[in-house]
Write a protein that binds this ligand. Structure first.
Ligand code: G6P
Length: 612
């Protein structure tokens, strides 16, 4: 939610920042802007729309300067337009700020500043911060660094900010609380960004800023201080991220690339952890706390969006294999419900970005009640990864398409490994069953590869239904969360209304919607509820609904009833979501594409939701 980039060094800042903003555009894309500082003062360019609109707007303009800050916005306070785009200037226009997050007490601060004669040019909370910093600096005759620090002690909310000063172009001041900020350390140059993707082509040495840390950056060096002004030592890490991982590599969209990456990303989630032949299955990150899971009285899973769906799949196999009661909670509901956390409860928090504000806050609440947090996270070094007591990265690599695909399957793979380890240790599955599960999980990347061959067929079905106004997705058992995920994918990127339901619940409501216009997607692979779901398909057909069925290879019955059939390879029930979700991802992708939608950056959505 909002992406920030900044540069200080010898090169032209504009090019680096613009390229960085394009890489971060998945975080927000309603407006963008860049401010540059040099000995001649500040230059500010802001434009509603995509980063490409800003690029077009700045063509032929003076974009020189080797210090700069840039921002791509996902509007919270104030509609997306030029004036609300960042950077924002101070009253005297000598300071500029970029901000990601939300300032909760902005309106009282703004009123105080208005009373002192400040005039605001935008409707944003962010502009208030830079005026506040300016006011403190003027009143206390202190340094900018001190003014930023004092301002932050009074600000309530979440932020990652970077400030530049036209009177001191060899200076960037950055700070974070609750919103991510990474500093790339080059030779006499520094790169700042919301994640490492704008940085890696220049340096792989980074410092992840911690909450309440302030970075004072000059060409001569980086100084970190905490909010009490005490200097701390920067911890420089080397990150292992290849440029290929964040480029489209010949695909039309990141989403399609990421769908196709799944045999590899699921394999990466298991690499070095699973070897079925030797019976080896170890997740190093959770080893120390494994007994807490094995002896858990209850597991509470916290997540949002697609990660919540992965949590639902995990609920099925954790209960099934480990016999531990599981509750899957929307993080946003959990945190405001005065939830009951008892000794013996264990929390699993799932997040692709590791920055989702609701999930983070829910974790903090659970921690304050004494819970142990297991993080299942994709983004290395992210806030959720760092705040969890223990965890397992899913190693899916950067996911850029806003609609999550490869993170979902990697999350399910990692959660299934956790369940297998716990079940084995607890003795709730036999040795034979354990080995059968390991062997089957190891074959999943091959099966996903096979499921990807449904590409053409999915596209043909997408052609037929691209103009539908509603879609229903139905599944039972392990395929119920897949139905929810299929419906979410479709609505996110094609803007077609879609609902996922447990198939048996159809008769309690959604059946009223079914007529000859209504496509109904059944995830009807051959499992324990196969016969039951056939009856549900018949109920839809009897009302002239159009049935698209995801079936197991070799099924001879459903193809005689359904209008369209997509066959996926056979696997055990618990792992079927990893395979049955693939044609649903392809179907949504092609429908959205045929409707001319922006698949990678769907309207109103953001990849990393750092606001409540
Ligand atoms: C946003 C994204 C979804 C994602 C959800 C949770 O809504 O658009 O794709 O599933 O946030 O994000 P997380 O990073 O915590 O998995």
């Amino acid at each position: 939610m909002c992406g920030i980039v900044a540069y200080l060094g010898e090169r032209q800042a504009f090019d680096i920042i613009l390229k960085g903003l394009k890489r971060l555009e998945y975080r927000g894309y309603d407006s963008s802007g860049i401010a540059l500082a040099d000995q001649n003062g500040l230059k500010l360019y802001k434009k509603q729309g995509k980063v490409a609109d800003l690029e077009h707007f700045t063509t032929g303009k003076n974009i020189s300067g080797s210090t700069g800050i840039g921002h791509t916005r996902w509007a919270t306070h104030g509609e997306p337009n030029d004036k609300n785009a960042h950077p924002h200037l101070s009253q005297d226009e000598s300071l500029a700020i970029i901000h990601n997050g939300i300032i909760e007490n902005y309106s009282s601060l703004k009123q105080e500043l208005i009373n002192k004669g400040h005039m605001f040019r935008s409707d944003t909370d962010s502009e208030v911060v830079i005026h506040f910093i300016e006011d403190i600096r003027n009143n206390n005759a202190c340094s900018l660094e001190e003014a930023v620090r004092l301002a932050l002690t009074k600000i309530v909310g979440a932020y990652a900010i970077v400030v530049i000063d036209q009177n001191d172009p060899n200076l960037l001041i950055a700070a974070r609380k609750g919103s991510p900020l990474v500093i790339g350390v080059g030779k006499d140059e520094y790169f700042l960004a919301s994640d490492a993707t704008p940085i890696i082509e220049y340096t792989n040495e980074v410092v992840y800023l911690n909450d309440y840390e302030i970075a004072i950056i000059r060409k001569e060096g980086l100084i970190l201080k905490n909010i009490e002004a005490v200097q701390t030592n920067p911890y420089i890490q080397t990150i292992d991220l290849e440029l290929d991982a964040i480029e489209k590599g010949g695909y039309d969209h990141f989403m399609l690339k990421e769908i196709y990456e799944q045999p590899k990303s699921i394999g990466d989630a298991m690499r070095g952890r699973l070897n079925a032949a030797s019976g080896h299955l170890v997740l190093g990150g959770i080893r120390d706390y494994l007994n807490r899971l094995v002896s858990a009285d209850r597991i509470v899973i916290l997540a949002c969006g697609t990660s919540w769906h992965a949590g639902l799949v995990a609920e099925y196999f954790l209960e099934d294999l480990c016999r531990i009661p599981v509750e899957v909670e929307y993080a946003s509901e959990f945190r405001y419900r005065n939830p009951i956390i008892r000794e013996g409860d264990v929390i699993i928090a799932i997040s692709q970005s590791g920055e989702t504000a609701d999930t983070l806050a829910a974790i903090e609440l659970a921690k304050s009640k004494g819970a142990i947090i297991f993080g299942v996270v994709n983004a290395v070094g992210s806030s959720i990864a760092r705040t969890s007591h223990v965890g397992a990265y899913i190693h899916a690599g950067p996911e850029i398409g806003v609609a999550s695909t490869k993170a979902f399957t990697a999350q399910v793979a990692v959660l299934s490994m956790i369940a297998m380890i716990v079940a084995y240790k607890k003795g709730t599955i036999t040795e034979t069953k354990y080995h059968e599960l390991l062997v089957e999980l190891e074959t999943i990347p091959k099966k996903v590869e096979k499921a990807l061959q449904l590409d053409k067929k999915s596209k043909a079905i997408a052609e037929r239904f691209k103009d539908a106004r509603n879609f229903l997705y139905l599944g039972r058992g392990y395929n119920f969360p897949v139905a929810l995920e299929g419906a979410l994918k479709l609505k996110e990127i094609s803007y077609i209304h879609a609902e996922g339901y447990p198939a048996a619940e159809m008769k309690h409501g959604p059946i009223a919607l079914i007529d000859e216009e209504m496509p109904v997607v059944f995830i009807a692979t051959r499992d324990g509820s196969y016969d039951k779901i056939i009856s549900n398909i018949q109920e839809v057909k009897a009302r002239k609904g159009k049935v698209i069925a995801i079936v197991t290879e070799g099924d001879v019955l459903i193809p005689t009833i359904a209008d369209y059939v997509l066959e996926v390879p056979v696997t055990i029930d618990a792992l079927m979501p990893l395979v049955s979700v693939i044609p649903l991802q392809l179907l949504s992708y092609y429908i959205a594409n045929l409707r001319g939608c922006n698949v990678d950056q769907p309207r109103n959505l953001a990849k990393s939701v750092t606001v409540e």
